[in-house]
Design a protein around this ligand. Structure first.
Ligand code: FAD
Length: 442
């Protein structure tokens, strides 16, 4: 299972090890009242606060040498409204805990990403997404937010109440305050039928629109230096949970991760073997067929650590962008053995959502931890940026405020709301100041 980041005074690191910090204080409030009181005190004392979820972001979003706040003690469902089809959860609630709790009430989140280790607040704050052209990112499931601002005020926001704060807060990278609770729109509990198989890239691209349209969830992993990859299809079903699921889980956790680790270590020691390792990996893709509760099937165990960059591009640009990526990898001979992940998400209206105003394709590149990744990521990022790409807020990129402001039509609206809620920059660190073009404190 993917482990969380470590949370200790004087030593903190994120999941991938790309960010390390030495917080002076760890704050673990256990209630909204305590949270509000502590934030007000920090604000008055001119302290700086970063809130961490599960530490699964690759970028220095939560890096701090002052206060690192965690809502690990604020987890679970606090209210449910069957008529509206909503459930209210505390901001620190981990998704792996939420799935079974929702199922016990006969409901589910309509879609999720490919792991369930994140906190709900952390997931929405970076525009975390899954795949499926009928679904937006997880933040689009949010109906209301309870936000504790720098002054310690508890602000409720929704499409009707404080709508500007709501538009800004759903994806805000922890810069508006602390998300204490979130009300989510949920759907009746569902089972998914997931099928995976090896497929030629040319075949996949030829049938892309049909695959996206005819499956509620479709994604594709293409292996560099090969003409193939793994295609994954998932659709709702009434069929019973497949027998042998325990074996499938063992297979995913132990065998798949073990094989990936062994191949990745080989690549780390002998980088020239990358193309051969990609070919071996493709050869090892077997067809799978599984039915299970939706929240169990979305999540994949990720025991092998890596660094990742992911951009959203307009859905219609996807084939061209992927083609350029293939050409660039073939030309530059990057030493990489991880596949390129391709997902598809519906556009939305959230100001800083990476899918704002456009149906989007998400393309992610990964590098095994311990192998040099900067040259590879920069080479691919250059392609993304020529197609209006927007970087995932939680994954590695080199963009700054000048670039981002040109790619988010509501950038200035977001800045206005951020400055009004946190004029002293209590919730900013150096990295966020660069991203948001905010001035450093005097
Ligand atoms: C193995 C792996 C798989 C992943 N798979 C996917 C995927 O399928 N799809 C995808 O889109 N992304 C994916 N990600 C990225 C991940 O979903 C995001 O980085 C997400 O933000 C991590 O959630 P977290 O709880 O760890 O938040 P953190 O990384 O701890 O924090 C993320 C941001 O949220 C803010 N935050 C956290 N809690 C609060 C709060 N209570 N109030 C205000 N702000 C808060 C933080 O300050 C920070 O800015 C993956 C990452 C890893 C390591």
């Amino acid at each position: 299972m993917a482990k969380t980041s470590s949370l200790r005074i004087g030593r903190w690191h994120n999941w991938s090890g790309s960010v390390r910090g030495a917080p002076r204080e760890i704050a673990l409030p256990a209630s909204i009242d305590e949270l509000a009181q502590r934030v007000a005190e920090y604000g008055r004392a001119g302290r700086h606060v970063r809130v961490v979820g599960a530490g699964h972001s690759f970028t220095p979003l939560v890096q701090t040498d002052d206060v690192l706040m965690s809502l690990d003690k604020m987890q679970g469902i606090t209210a449910a409204d069957e008529t509206r089809g909503t459930v209210t959860v505390l901001g620190g609630t981990r998704l792996y805990r939420l799935g079974p709790d929702l199922l016990a009430r006969g409901v589910a989140q309509e879609n999720l990403g490919d792991i369930d280790q994140q906190s709900i607040a952390g997931a929405i704050s970076t525009s975390t997404h899954g795949t499926g052209v009928g679904f937006g990112s997880i933040a689009t499931q949010v109906a209301e937010i309870t936000l504790v601002t720098a002054s310690g005020d508890v602000v409720e926001c929704s499409a009707e109440r404080n709508p500007d704060i709501f538009q800004a807060a759903r994806v805000s990278a922890g810069t508006l305050g602390v998300i204490a609770a979130v009300t989510l729109r949920v759907v009746p509990a569902k089972r998914l039928h997931m099928q995976t198989r090896r497929e030629r890239l040319s075949h996949c691209l030829e049938h892309l629109e049909e695959y996206k349209r005819n499956n509620t969830h479709f994604e594709f992993f293409w292996f560099p230096y090969t003409d193939s990859g793994q295609a994954k299809f998932a659709n709702e079903t009434d069929a019973p949970v497949t027998k042998g699921s325990a074996w499938a889980t063992f297979n995913k956790i132990v065998l798949e991760n073990g094989a990936l680790w062994a191949l990745s270590e080989t690549c780390r020691f002998f980088p020239r073997t990358a193309p051969a390792i990609c070919k071996i990996s493709v050869g090892g893709i077997t067809a799978t067929d599984e039915v299970n509760d939706s929240y169990r099937l979305y999540a994949t165990p990720r025991a092998v650590r890596f660094q990742e960059m992911e951009y959203s591009v307009p859905a219609e640009s996807f084939p061209t962008v992927l083609d350029e990526i293939r050409t660039r990898i073939a030309k530059e001979r990057y030493r990489v053995n991880f596949p390129v992940e391709c997902r598809f998400v519906r556009g939305d209206d959230i100001w800083l959502s990476t899918a704002y105003g456009r149906d989007s394709a998400y393309i992610a590149v990964h590098m095994y931890r311990g192998m040099p990744y900067k040259g590879y990521f920069q080479g691919i990022e250059e392609i993304f940026t020529r197609y209006g790409g927007r970087p995932h807020w939680g994954k590695i990129h080199t963009r700054d405020a000048a670039y981002l402001s040109a790619h988010y039509p509501h950038w200035n609206d977001f800045q206005r709301v951020r400055a009004s809620l946190d004029p002293q920059g209590v919730f900013l660190n150096d990295y966020l100041r660069r991203l948001f073009g905010a001035e450093a404190p005097a």
